[in-house]
Design a protein around this ligand. Structure first.
Ligand code: 2P0
Length: 337
């Protein structure tokens, strides 16, 4: 099954003509506590395992989409036109092909991103989620978030988790068409939880996670034990969230990230996203933790770290990492996942 067939299936009863002049949607960025690493279907971005994330509150992407009288899509980020020949533009236009009323119709896509560029903050996740949400507004589909999540996943797997605030689980599902592989939010609220973004290197990553995860699936001899580890971590994380047990949350999150990076190291050829500065920061985190500071980290497909801690320790942690960007995931007015 291909993406086009899935989109047609979801939208078969919905309008192909815009209902409004333009559509606008905000999607928060998300950080996985239990990672998505490996696809059972590379066309539909269907994962081998379920994953769980925390959304970053007001940090994310806000996209406005309108139809454009032009011969190509016009895409801008933070007010700056994106080069039509860039990989980013080509990927987005290719994704938008799924949603054109006619092949000859093009879009104007304006995205405002308020996350630090190059920080490894999953900009593709909130980016694709915001595009899908804006299309929903433009066409007036009013799809449930679970279906928007499926459409977002077709752009980028982690986008399936960027339609809610708070904790979000992306259930891997079993169906070949992926209609059971969508995000869903957990009701739990944890206002004291803090995420700190520690930028140790802001260079663009050299190997995309799309290629990296596929190489891992194909060549790591340890990939076969990943689903078992994932299932256990997911269960432990949900229990930790329910009980607001910060130590259990931190330990499981850190262990899950380290296991993902261990899988990458055992991929052929090996994948190493960490740099010397990453390891120095990890060493520092472990040092202060030994001294009694409840501080944990997670790491994605890049050298930067995301720290987990509680509000009460924020001051002490900023003293240790003065450049830390602190995010309060639940501090977004009236919380509704
Ligand atoms: C995650 N990452 O769960 C994991 C952890 C990176 C490390 O999801 O190929 O950009 O577009 O489905 O979603 C990054 O992968 O990959 C990612 P595609 P995506 O957040």
């Amino acid at each position: 099954m291909n993406k086009c067939a899935v989109v047609q299936h979801i939208l078969k009863a919905y309008s192909k003509e815009p209902k409004r002049e333009q559509g606008t949607f905000f999607a928060p960025s998300n950080i996985a506590l239990c990672k998505y690493w490996g696809k059972r279907d590379t066309e539909l971005n269907l994962p081998h395992t379920s994953s769980l994330s925390i959304s970053l509150g007001n940090l994310g992407a806000k996209t406005t989409i309108a139809l454009e009288q032009a011969l190509k899509d016009r895409i801008s980020i933070n007010g700056k036109e994106v080069d039509e020949d860039s990989i980013f533009s080509k990927n987005l236009s290719h994704f938008l092909d799924l949603f054109r009323p006619l092949n000859s119709v093009f879009f104007r896509v304006a995205t405002e991103v308020n996350i630090p560029i190059g920080a490894g903050l999953a900009s593709s996740a909130c980016g694709f989620a915001a595009v899908v949400g804006a299309l929903d507004q433009l066409y007036g589909w009013e799809l449930p978030l679970s279906l928007l999540s499926i459409l977002g996943r077709l752009g980028s797997g982690s986008a399936s988790r960027s339609f809610w605030h708070g904790f979000v689980e992306w259930q891997a599902g079993h169906d070949a068409d992926g209609m059971d592989s969508a995000g869903a939010c957990l009701e739990s609220v944890w206002p004291a939880l803090r995420i700190g973004v520690l930028i140790v290197d802001s260079e663009q990553k050299k190997l995309s996670s799309r290629i990296a995860m596929q190489n891992t699936v194909l060549t790591s001899p340890f990939y076969k034990i990943w689903p078992e580890k994932q299932a256990r971590d997911l269960k432990d994380l949900k229990k930790a969230i329910e009980k607001q047990d910060f130590m259990a949350l931190g330990e499981t999150t850190e262990s899950n990230a380290l296991a993902m990076h261990a899988l990458m190291l055992t991929t052929s050829p090996p994948i190493l996203y960490s740099q010397a500065s990453t390891l120095e920061a990890i060493d520092k985190i472990w040092h202060y933790r030994q001294l009694g500071l409840p501080l944990y980290f997670t790491q994605d497909a890049g050298p930067n770290l995301k720290l987990l801690f509680l509000e009460k320790d924020e001051e002490a942690i900023i003293k240790i990492f003065p450049k830390l960007i602190v995010v309060s995931p639940f501090n977004i007015g009236a919380f509704q996942c």
